[in-house]
Design a protein around this ligand. Structure first.
Ligand code: NIG
Ligand code: FE
Length: 391
């Protein structure tokens, strides 16, 4: 098997405390060796074993590839004008999703797939080596089915967002829509997805409706994740914990009881500060969550409505500046935290045995991700041992 050695790494983030300092397991002057898929050796650069290919990183930082756990890439059109109106003072509401539903229904499969390909490539160049992808802009059986099938051409982490917002033909009849989702959409789409998701929010779906959708998904072998507490306090967090969801995402408006429930659970809180930035929503209280012992992940939430960015480096900068996470906490959340939110142990770290997903920065340490906001620092990306991007 061909091997590759990355040597002369200035700062290596392993996310394994047994391999280095602190929770990030940081090593200086380090090397990583991988075979065609898997990390086989981590240690001092001077002691690196010989490999078929050597890459001298000249003191650059190396991190595990980012694990993007929340994105909505199967859509058509954009909502730049809605964004401009929002920046002029119009509030964001769940109803804007219907604009994208209309455009998505009108698009061909090829147009939708081309859009996913474009955004997957953009994510890769921003350092994401695993990208979850949701459906949710079809909201008919046929359109959700083609959305999960198209997503599955690009990632194994496919989420059926069966109930995003009641579509126009179900206006005022959200219960009927939920009944259709449970009886028809989920049975047909479940074989093409790993996760079931619902938008539990005022103007979208209430607790009872969200519970019905998630339970139907679970009955068909899907694992729940929830859009919860994005715009208002509500039942999303508690529902996610009650149903053993892998993650509850947004979590911008929570009570002390919500934080307690998360802290005593296996459910990850995935924070999406790009969405709060682009909607002028309040940011989540990351400090309260972290200080209570909640596991926190960071996602970019790429979608045409609330967060049209694929950049986890940008979200790390927001998390540090505005959510008051430390740079180490933010980097952990975008890598190991994401892996936990996807219940994966083979990604999100750099230690022997994991998938060889690594990024090199044009910078000597991971701190520069927050310290140099808006600068494209990703110089190389290896995915599964293969050089997938180089500046
Ligand atoms: O994660 N909150 C619901 N879903 C998306 C927004 C969708 C849209 O506005 O198109 C989100 O923010
Ligand atoms: Fe979302």
């Amino acid at each position: 098997m061909p091997t590759t050695a990355l040597t002369d790494i200035g700062t290596l983030v392993t996310n394994d405390p047994a391999l280095g300092d602190g929770p990030l397991g940081i090593r200086r002057d380090a090397a990583v060796v991988f075979d065609d898929k898997t990390v086989v050796w981590v240690g001092d650069s001077a002691a690196a074993p010989a490999a078929d290919t050597g890459v001298d990183l000249g003191g650059r930082a190396v991190l595990p590839g980012f694990v993007e756990t929340h994105s909505h890439l199967v859509f058509a059109g954009d909502r730049a004008e809605e964004f401009a109106a929002r920046m002029a003072g119009r509030p964001y509401g769940a109803g804007g999703i219907r604009t994208t539903i209309e455009a998505t229904r009108a698009a061909t499969d090829e147009q939708l797939a081309a859009n996913v390909a474009r955004l997957m490539d953009e994510s890769l160049r921003a350092g994401s080596t695993t990208v979850e992808c949701k459906s949710g802009y079809g909201q008919t059986v046929a359109d959700e089915l083609r959305s999960v099938v198209i997503a599955g051409r690009f990632t194994d982490e496919v989420t059926l967002l069966a109930a995003h917002v009641p579509p126009p033909e179900y206006a005022g009849r959200a219960d009927d829509y939920v009944a259709m989702v449970c009886a028809e959409m989920i049975p047909l789409c479940a074989p093409h997805a790993r996760w079931i998701d619902v938008f539990c929010e005022q103007g979208a779906f209430d607790r009872e409706q969200a519970h019905a959708v998630l339970s139907a998904g679970i009955a068909h072998g899907l694992v729940p994740r929830v859009h919860g507490n994005q715009l208002h306090q509500g039942p999303g967090v508690q529902l996610a914990v009650e149903l053993g969801a892998a993650s509850v995402d947004h979590v911008a408006h929570v009570s002390a009881a919500d934080i307690d429930a998360l802290a005593g659970s296996e459910t990850v809180a995935t924070l999406l500060p790009g969405a709060d930035f682009c909607t002028r929503n309040s940011y989540p209280d990351a400090r309260a969550l972290l200080d209570a012992g909640v596991t926190v992940a960071l996602g970019a939430d790429c979608n045409p409505g609330t967060s049209y960015t694929t950049s986890l480096p940008f979200c790390i900068a927001l998390a540090v500046r505005d959510l008051r996470m430390t740079p180490d906490e933010a980097v952990w959340a975008a890598t190991a935290g994401g892996a936990q939110a996807l219940r994966r142990t083979d990604i999100g770290a750099l230690r022997p045995g994991v998938r060889a997903d690594a990024i090199a920065l044009d910078a000597p340490s991971h701190l520069h991700l927050a310290y140099r906001p808006g600068v494209p620092l990703i110089s190389q990306v290896w995915r599964g041992g293969v050089l997938a991007y180089s500046k």
